[in-house]
Design a protein around this ligand. Structure first.
Ligand SMILES: Nc1ncnc2c1ncn2[C@@H]1O[C@H](COP(=O)(O)OP(=O)(O)OP(=O)(O)O)[C@@H](O)[C@H]1O
Length: 246
C-alpha cells in the first residue's frame, strides 16, 4: 500500500543543503497499523508530505496505493486521508457540518454514501453535539475528532496521521485511540501514525519504524523494539536510548 525505495529529500537553505530524508526504504502492506517514530527534526513530516504528494522526493521512488503521489495528487487524494494534528483542514468560520459538505463536493462523494458515512462517523466520533458549531469555537479534542471525520468522509484505504493526539487530555486520547483501533480492525484501513506520545504506539501499533537523521534506524514489531533494551525497560527508556544513540 505504501512503498518507499531509496528515497531522499533535501532542502537548500541559503548556501547549505539539509538532508531531511536519506536513502529511506520501507513497505507498509494493506491493513497494517504502523507507528512512525523519531526525534524532532528526524524527517517524519517530510516523509508524510512526500506520501501525500505535497513534496517531491529529490531521489528514489514513492508509491502509495500504486500511485506516484507528486504526479497523481488528485487521484491519490481519493485513496488517502491525512490529519495534521497541529493544523486543521477544516474551515475556521464554518460550522463543522458545512466543512464536511464542502469536502463532499471537493472529493465528489456521492450524496447517499456521504450521508451514511457521516452518520456513522458522527456516532463513532461522538460529533452530534457540535456539528452545527463553527470550527473556531470547538475545543481541541472536538476539532481533532472533526478533522479525523473530514479525513475519512471519502472512505480512504490509507490514513496518515501526524500527531493526532497532541495536546489532548487522557479521555480524549483514549477515545481517538479506540476509534482508530476499530477503523483498522473492522474496515481494514491502513494506518501510518506519527506521534511523540508513546502511549499511542503501545496501544495501537504492532509494528514500529524509527527514523533518525533522515534514515531508518529501526523497523520491526513493538516486541522486537522492546527486546533491544534490558528487561524491565519502559518504552520511554527504549526510545530514549535509540534517540540518543545509547
Ligand atoms: N521546507 C523546508 N526547508 C528547509 N528545511 C526543512 C524544510 N522542511 C523540513 N526541513 C528540515 O528537514 C529536517 C526534517 O524536518 P521534519 O519536519 O521532516 O522533521 P520531523 O521528524 O517531522 O520533526 P518534528 O518531530 O519536530 O515535527 C529538519 O532539519 C528541518 O529543519
Amino acid at each position: 500500500m505504501i512503498e518507499l525505495d531509496q528515497v531522499g529529500r533535501s532542502f537548500k537553505v541559503k548556501r547549505d543543503v539539509v538532508h531531511a530524508v536519506r536513502d529511506l526504504s520501507f513497505t507498509v502492506s494493506a491493513g497494517e497499523f504502523v507507528g512512525y517514530l523519531g526525534p524532532n527534526g528526524a524527517g517524519k513530516s517530510t516523509t508524510i508530505k512526500m506520501l501525500c504528494g505535497i513534496l517531491t522526493p529529490t531521489t528514489g521512488r514513492v508509491r502509495v496505493a500504486g500511485l506516484e503521489p507528486s504526479r497523481r495528487r488528485t487521484t491519490l487524494a481519493r485513496r488517502i486521508g491525512v490529519v495534521f494534528g497541529q493544523r486543521t483542514t477544516l474551515w475556521w468560520d464554518l460550522p463543522l457540518k458545512d466543512s464536511f459538505e464542502l469536502i463532499r463536493h471537493l472529493y465528489r462523494v456521492e450524496r447517499r454514501a456521504f450521508t451514511a458515512r457521516l452518520a456513522e462517523l458522527t456516532e463513532t466520533l461522538d460529533l452530534g453535539a457540535f456539528l452545527r458549531t463553527p470550527v473556531r469555537q470547538l475545543s481541541l479534542g472536538q476539532r481533532m475528532r472533526g478533522d479525523l471525520a473530514a479525513a475519512l468522509l471519502h472512505a480512504p484505504d490509507v490514513l496518515v496521521l501526524d500527531e493526532p493526539t497532541i495536546g489532548l487530555d487522557v479521555v480524549s486520547k483514549n477515545g481517538i485511540r479506540a476509534f482508530l483501533k476499530r477503523l483498522n480492525a473492522e474496515r481494514g484501513t491502513t494506518v501510518l501514525l506519527t506521534t511523540h506520545d508513546l502511549g499511542d504506539i503501545e496501544r495501537l501499533c504492532r509494528r514500529v519504524m524509527l527514523i533518525d537523521h533522515g534514515r531508518l534506524a529501526f523497523d520491526g514489531t513493538l516486541d522486537d523494539l522492546m527486546a533491544t533494551a534490558p528487561e524491565e525497560s519502559s518504552i520511554e527508556d527504549v526510545v530514549t536510548r535509540l534517540y540518543t544513540g545509547g
